[in-house]
Design a protein around this ligand. Structure first.
Ligand SMILES: [Zn+2]
Length: 344
């Protein structure tokens, strides 16, 4: 047998298909059986073949299950009450969709390309409709890194105005923290349309109001999506109800004001960016946490307490059993102190 003429592809991961992988294994087998001296190369190829290649070929399965919001035509894939890690692979925020009659409206595209692809497969099982728009409520990457998949379908993506100046990062927070097979094909695709104040869409003859909060609340630029005919509003990360909110990029005062405004809407369903409660009660935990945090920190600050003492004193024990309290609460108190020091 003339072994030198057998070509073993060196980077077979790019071939992506099982056919190519089978061809690779076959040629590797032929070479292995012929070339004994090239030991190092073979060990390396063996490693790629047995360990890495199968991993790169198998995408992560998010096991997404859409949950209907009451009796409405809206559904959500609810994320876990955790931070992103290699186990949940970014499935820790909500991605929702609304059957508008003849098309879908998607609110937040999820954490990866693979997630979005699997989400649309589930949507089509409910109704085989095209997606008209994808809305990105804010710039945190667990809510929009699935954009690339929807873009590949030709769907228009609309985002809050902060995307205008958002830079493409060399490394995303998601990429660093989740597994490569879940992140595969994920690109940073930003929206092409932006909402500075308000935008009204008419989808299948129904009115959809996209509203930019207009003040720093959870982030610099948060958006709500209100569909009066469905008696529903999607509030993005202005609403958390199964884990503690992070206030790192926000502002307590205007966040509370934004929640007051949401509660004025004549709706039955208020859907947050994290958490499975979707009635008007969904707002309660976030509201109470932010208000207590603000009041407590301000009170101690006015009494002349230093930041370290305030962080130790404001334990807010009532929230101790809420997910992520241990990892997030002290940091929130410190952020609140620094924020409120400068508030007029
Ligand atoms: Zn967020």
């Amino acid at each position: 047998m003339v072994c030198e003429n057998i070509l073993v592809p060196y980077k077979p991961a790019i071939l992506k298909q099982m056919v190519a992988y089978s061809f690779y294994l076959f040629t590797l087998f032929l070479q292995t059986s012929c070339i004994i001296p090239k030991k190092d190369k073979l060990v390396k190829q063996f490693f790629y073949t047995i360990i890495l290649l199968p991993l790169s070929l198998l995408s992560f399965d998010y096991h997404l299950k859409p949950v209907q919001i009451g009796s409405s035509s809206a559904y959500c894939f609810f994320g876990l009450p955790e931070v992103m890690n290699k186990k949940n692979n970014g499935n820790m925020s909500n991605s929702c969709f609304v059957n508008m009659g003849n098309s879908y409206l998607v609110i937040d595209s999820g954490p990866t390309y693979q997630y979005a692809k699997q989400a649309y497969e589930q949507m089509k099982k409910i109704a085989d409709l095209k997606i008209k728009y994808v809305i990105n409520t804010h710039v945190h990457d667990d809510h929009w890194l699935g954009n690339g998949y929807y873009k590949s379908l030709g769907v228009k993506i609309i985002g809050s105005s902060a995307f205008k100046t958002l830079e493409i990062e060399a490394m995303t927070r998601m990429k660093r923290r989740i597994s490569p097979e879940a992140y595969e094909k994920t690109r940073q695709v930003h929206p092409e349309l932006f909402v500075d104040e308000e935008m009204v869409l008419y989808l299948d003859h129904k009115r959809v109001i996209l509203k930019n909060i207009g003040a720093k609340a959870h982030t610099d630029s948060d958006m709500t999506i209100y569909i009066s005919s469905k008696r529903i509003v999607f509030a993005g990360d202005l609403v958390f109800n199964d884990r503690l909110p992070s206030i790192r990029d926000g502002n307590l005062k205007s966040w509370l004001e934004a929640l007051d405004e949401i509660l004025l809407l004549d709706v039955d369903y208020i859907v947050g960016g994290h958490g499975t409660i979707v009635t008007r009660k969904s707002v309660e935990m976030t509201y109470e946490y932010l208000k207590t945090l603000r009041d407590e920190v301000l009170r101690l600050m006015d009494e002349g307490e230093e930041i370290g003492d305030v962080v130790n004193a404001v334990t807010m024990d009532k929230f101790k059993n809420i997910n992520l309290y241990d990892s997030m609460h002290r940091q929130n108190v410190e952020t609140a102190y620094r924020m409120l020091e400068w508030e007029e």
